[in-house]
Write a protein that binds this ligand. Structure first.
Ligand code: WTA
Length: 649
């Protein structure tokens, strides 16, 4: 039997969902035809201190480049995510927390409790000197206090910068310094899959390379031994006992910065993506409600980490703005058994599950028994994000996990976009495995060729977005010129996504992956330049070039070509040392999967590394057609050597 290529909207979804196919077309058309009224109407979903009278005010042209939404409005994010729900659902669970170990009891916080926790946290931050506009770095495990810390920042108008707990002290130090954070919030240790991560010790190490840091607020999570530095380090539980459980909200302009989140690009060090208060919250909340067709009372689980944008928008801000019950999970999907993710679903009666293709592929490999041993009867809707999902994994998710009753929303978006951009809506969109389907309201995708010519109909090329949307990032922290340069100069007048994309005859979008020097490892963005710069800092390395390689589970793996300094010997030991080196410099997610020692790299006569050739060799595609014309290289013979010594690890 051949698998269907299209999965129609199930009748009951078409009937009861907020948006059906007809409504989708209507609203999509309206948002493009009259964006001013459309967005002012949508803005009513938020609680404004001063309601805005202008919606978008933007231009992607260099002369009058600006991106502003609801600029005359005033609001507070934590009031929207907490206070406004107190009257109607104060006793409903806001955050449900599942610990790393299944033997430990879950914890939950109602909206009322969340209010008290966040107010206390905000008061502790204030006592530590935090003021409106200050940057606060959050380096936390997946515990409820991480969400409290984010919301506490928004309550007092401080700008948070969350750094994923898997990043090394070096990477952390760079991010603290880049935005001049005066306060870091961390925990004694994190836990994942039974292992402890020394977060506080990492902060201590990072602090040695940082000048701006004034206070470190430490949450006691595991009770592990940590060193506390007098005058700098504050135990959260001690400080919290001394402050009030009430804290007024700071009124913020819609365009005031909300948070910074560092992400990798083609070149240079990670960029601090800055999101604004009003537009971001509106986008997170609207997309959360429509994409998941979220209904009050449903248990919703986004299995991402708060260290990534998915955690920001779809664990914290979107769901809480909508008064949802959001599940936060500390551990790994496959620990202590590959059934764990489904056991968590059963334990908490999760109705909506949002996860990454890489997790699905890893679980799929373990066999169906780990899934079928669980009930999953509560599941109604499934989602994926972070990388293209291969149709095989999609079908497994659909048939084995969802028993063919749950639509799958494959949501394409980026740190820069704030929330879902191209995505199905379960009551409106027939699904095609592997396609992110159709644009969200207000999103105008275009496919352009290398010269920027718009390609119509069924076609393939570069994905750009032709107009601004409320959730769009506003700048790169501290470098507005880089913001413009990175996103608006390749195809002038348009936002460049960096993704390749195909559009089929039904107008469905299929993301084909990055077209720049960013690779997507297990759904995490990695700049090849970052890994290269870590490698060349090793004393034995003269030069390095990093490209992506296909990887069954991770989607893409990291393939590094390394040229050693004269007199340095290649060896297995050195290979292991270099892997460890990159882990220490950046973090485990950047560990190269394969390292090839190369006496020379393919370069043009002007000295530019021909990455196209390196990519092909890493992919194992070494036919003359694949490698193309190598005669323009300074030394064509290096290619033969690279092909002959290709490695698989
Ligand atoms: C990729 C994560 C295909 C894409 C929210 C994008 C996807 C990058 C999908 C952003 C998807 C994300 N299908 N590709 N559904 N979702 N991507 O900033 O290459 O961590 O540019 O944001 O992930 O990664 P980021």
């Amino acid at each position: 039997m051949t698998e269907p290529s299209t999965y129609p909207v199930p009748a009951e979804w078409a009937e009861k969902a907020r948006v059906d196919a007809k409504r989708y077309d209507q609203l999509y058309g309206l948002a493009l035809a009259d964006p001013g009224s459309f967005w002012l109407e949508q803005a009513k979903r938020l609680d404004w201190i001063k309601r805005p009278e202008i919606a978008g005010d933007w231009s992607f042209d260099e002369a009058d480049f600006r991106i502003r939404w609801f600029a005359d409005g005033k609001l507070n994010v934590s009031a929207n995510c907490i206070d406004r729900h107190l009257k109607t659902r104060g006793d409903q669970v806001a955050i449900l927390w599942e610990p790393d170990s299944p033997d430990e009891a879950p914890r939950s916080y109602t909206y009322r409790q969340l209010h008290a926790e966040v107010c206390r946290f905000a008061n502790v931050l204030k006592a530590a000197g935090a003021r409106k506009g200050d940057r606060i770095t959050i380096y936390m495990p997946m515990i409820p206090e991480a969400a409290f810390a984010l919301l506490a920042c928004t309550r007092i108008g401080a700008i948070h910068s969350v750094v994923f707990g898997g990043f090394s002290p070096e990477a952390l130090a760079g991010r603290i310094t880049d935005c001049d954070s005066t306060i870091v919030v961390t925990a004694d240790e994190g836990r994942r899959g039974g292992k402890h991560v020394p977060l506080k010790a990492n902060v201590d190490e990072a602090a040695k390379h940082v000048r701006c840091l004034d206070k470190v607020v430490v949450v006691k999570a595991t009770g592990g031994e940590v060193a506390m530095q007098d005058g700098r380090d504050i135990w959260y539980h001690e400080a919290a006992a001394a402050v009030s459980a009430d804290c007024p909200v700071e009124p913020m302009g819609a365009e005031d910065p909300l948070f910074i989140l560092y992400t990798s690009g083609s070149t240079g060090k990670p960029k601090g993506v800055l999101h604004s208060t009003g537009g971001y919250l509106l986008w997170a909340s609207l997309t959360h409600e429509l994409v998941f067709d979220y209904r009050p009372g449903q248990i919703y689980w986004c299995a991402a980490d708060i260290g990534w944008v998915t955690g920001h928008s779809y664990i914290v801000y979107g769901p809480l703005a909508n008064g949802a019950t959001t599940l936060m999970y500390e551990g790994l999907p496959n620990w202590p058994t590959p059934s764990r993710i489904w056991q968590v679903v059963d334990r908490h009666k999760v109705e909506i599950l949002y996860t990454a293709p890489t997790a699905l592929r890893a679980l799929m490999k373990e066999g169906d028994d780990f899934v079928t041993a669980t009930s999953r009867a509560s599941l109604k809707l499934l989602g994926t994000v972070g990388e293209p999902i291969n149709p095989e994994a999609w079908r497994w998710y659909h048939s084995v996990v969802g028993e063919e009753r749950c639509p799958i929303v494959d949501t394409w978006w980026q740190t820069e976009t704030g929330g879902a951009m191209i995505t199905p809506m379960p009551g409106a969109t027939a699904l095609k495995p592997g396609s992110a389907t159709k644009p969200m309201f207000g999103v105008e995708p275009q496919i352009v060729d290398g010269e920027g010519t718009i390609l119509n109909g069924a076609t393939e090329g570069n994905l750009v977005i032709a107009r601004s949307w409320p959730g769009q990032m506003r700048t790169v922290w501290g470098d507005h010129a880089r913001f413009f340069q990175t996103y608006f100069t390749t195809f002038p007048g348009k936002y460049t996504t960096g993704d390749g994309c195909r559009r089929d005859e039904d107008g469905y979008y299929w993301i084909t992956g990055r077209v720049d020097d960013v690779i997507n490892v297990s759904g995490h963005r990695m700049g090849t330049a970052e890994v290269e710069s870590a490698l060349v800092q090793h004393e034995k390395v003269a030069e390095a070039a990093v490209v992506g390689m296909p990887h069954d589970i991770k989607g893409q793996g990291i393939y590094a070509y390394v040229t050693l300094n004269a007199n340095c010997e290649a060896s297995e030991d050195l290979r292991a040392e270099l892997r460890q080196w990159v882990r220490t410099e950046i973090g485990p997610i950047a560990t190269p999967d394969a390292i090839q020692f190369a006496p020379g790299l393919p370069k043009t006569r002007s000295g530019k590394i021909m990455r196209r050739i390196l990519r092909k060799i890493a992919e194992g595609d070494v036919s003359p057609q694949a490698l193309g014309d190598t005669s323009t290289l300074a030394d064509p013979a290096v290619v033969d050597d690279l092909v002959a010594n290709r490695v698989t690890r």
